[in-house]
Ligand binder design. Structure first.
Ligand SMILES: [Mn+2]
Length: 238
């Protein structure tokens, strides 16, 4: 079995080369894959499944194409937590929970976007709880597309301002949270994104050692993991 993983593409109208890179990856890798997992932050912002903008439509088309080549599973990130069932139906994919355990070649592989592991950032964790709440999301989705576009713009500025003043280690995962989650879910392999710090590292899990694979964000190059027997972290120029 071959599974592909990507995250943090942050697709938006200003960076068409990223969407183009996804299309290339899909054509190259998906025909021989048994699943494509998108682990959050596929897009820079998602204002609702009724978004009729050109870029939203282009994203739907790219994912529809992917889903025709192999099963497509989509996890929410902290930018696209408003992906709903309608979007999943539109593209022919399936929304999966965060965290999620995938069975790949008999291995239990733990998948998460990664933001829930960044517990040192208490202000962010508070905001996350709000954004993920049903009540807040229903309130937002009740607004017009124009209002939601403006709100998204404000939230982006707010987040940039807040993050500019945060220490780097606060925006990374808390090592103890990684260990706790892997032990709780009974997995020795973890794949996540969000931190934009691609790499592979050991995780001490009592009497065994686990492995954490971190996907990178897409900018000059596109990051993905091809899992066939073992996960391989790869990048290609965009
Ligand atoms: Mn993220």
């Amino acid at each position: 079995m071959t599974a592909l993983f990507v995250s943090d593409l942050h697709i938006d109208a200003e960076r068409p080369h990223v969407l183009q890179g996804l299309k290339c990856l899909v054509e190259r890798e998906a025909p021989s894959a048994d699943a494509l997992y998108i682990l959050g932050d596929l897009v820079e912002v998602w204002i609702g499944d009724d978004d009729d903008s050109e870029i939203a439509q282009a994203v739907r088309e790219a994912l529809s194409r992917a889903a025709r080549l192999c099963p497509l599973r989509i996890m929410h990130g902290n930018r696209d937590f408003l992906f709903g069932q309608r979007f999943a139906r539109d593209v022919g994919g399936e929304l999966i929970d965060d965290p999620h355990v995938a069975e790949i070649d008999g291995q239990r592989v733990l998948l998460t976007h990664g933001d829930a592991l960044c517990t040192a950032d208490t202000a962010y964790q508070l905001a996350r709880r709000l954004f993920r709440s049903e009540a807040w999301q229903q309130d937002i989705l009740g607004k017009s597309l124009e209002e939601r576009r403006e709100l998204a713009r404000q939230m982006r500025e707010e987040s940039k301002r807040a993050n500019a003043n945060k220490a780097q280690n606060i925006m990374d995962v808390t090592p103890g949270e990684v260990v706790a989650l892997m032990q709780r879910m009974g997995c020795t392999t973890l794949i996540h994104g969000h931190t934009h710090r691609p790499g592979v590292s050991d995780v001490p899990l009592g009497d065994t050692t686990g492995t954490r694979y971190v996907l990178g964000d897409w900018d000059r190059c596109g990051w993905f993991i091809r899992f066939c027997g073992t996960p391989e972290l790869k990048c290609f120029p965009l």
